[in-house]
Design a protein around this ligand. Structure first.
Ligand code: IMP
Ligand code: MG
Length: 178
């Protein structure tokens, strides 16, 4: 298939590493004396989650995974979420930290947080690597944000375009070549 777009670098490996170390330090301090139950949102947040947990100093950190549908192969939001894979463990009484790749309209997370709150966690916070505040349509409280970015479509570091480019070690912006 002919690739009809370019990928322009936005954040280098070094910039990502530095930011993730900072987030890890903040989270380590905020959860001192508490357990952390990480909820990684598949599939985009896998790389970020893996890097982040290495930077969190907490012996009682554990991790679970959830998959919800948002975008298909399109660059626009589907507007609704569906649970593809639910958590393996109950979250009742736990300090839950949702780890997400990117928050766009916020609709996915707003619905997900509402759903997880019905399971009575002790607390629930969100950590996202990227945030597109200009695009926000739903109200979500995001405690930890790596980078705020403009309304551009990005790939790499776990984030895909039509399931491609997840393995890029940096974050790039998709540009039409023509
Ligand atoms: P929201 O419900 O509009 O906030 O959708 C968020 C989800 O859409 C993210 O978790 C990503 O999976 C996907 N998404 C949003 N923006 C981008 C992007 O620029 N590149 C790739 N995926 C994106
Ligand atoms: Mg996602």
């Amino acid at each position: 298939m002919v690739k009809d777009y370019d990928i322009e670098p936005m954040f280098t490996e070094e910039e990502l590493d530095k930011k993730i170390r900072e987030l890890g330090e903040r989270i380590s301090a905020d959860y001192k004396g508490k357990d952390i139950h990480i909820v990684c949102i598949l599939r985009g947040a896998v790389v970020f989650t893996a890097e982040l947990i290495k930077r969190i100093n907490n012996e009682n950190l554990d991790i679970d995974f959830m998959s919800v549908s948002s975008y298909g192969n399109e660059m626009t939001s589907s507007g609704d979420i569906k649970i593809i894979k639910d958590l393996d463990e109950p979250i009742e009484g736990k300090d839950v930290l949702i780890v997400e790749d990117i928050i766009d309209t916020g609709k996915t997370l707003a619905k997900l947080v509402a759903l997880l709150k019905t399971r009575n966690p002790k607390s629930i916070e969100i950590c996202t690597l990227l945030d597109k505040p200009e695009r926000r349509e739903a109200n979500v409280n995001v405690k930890y944000v790596g980078f705020k970015i403009p309304d551009k479509f990005v790939v790499g570091f776990g984030i895909d375009y039509a399931q491609k480019h997840r393995g890029l070690p940096y974050i790039g912006c998709v540009k039409n070549a023509d």
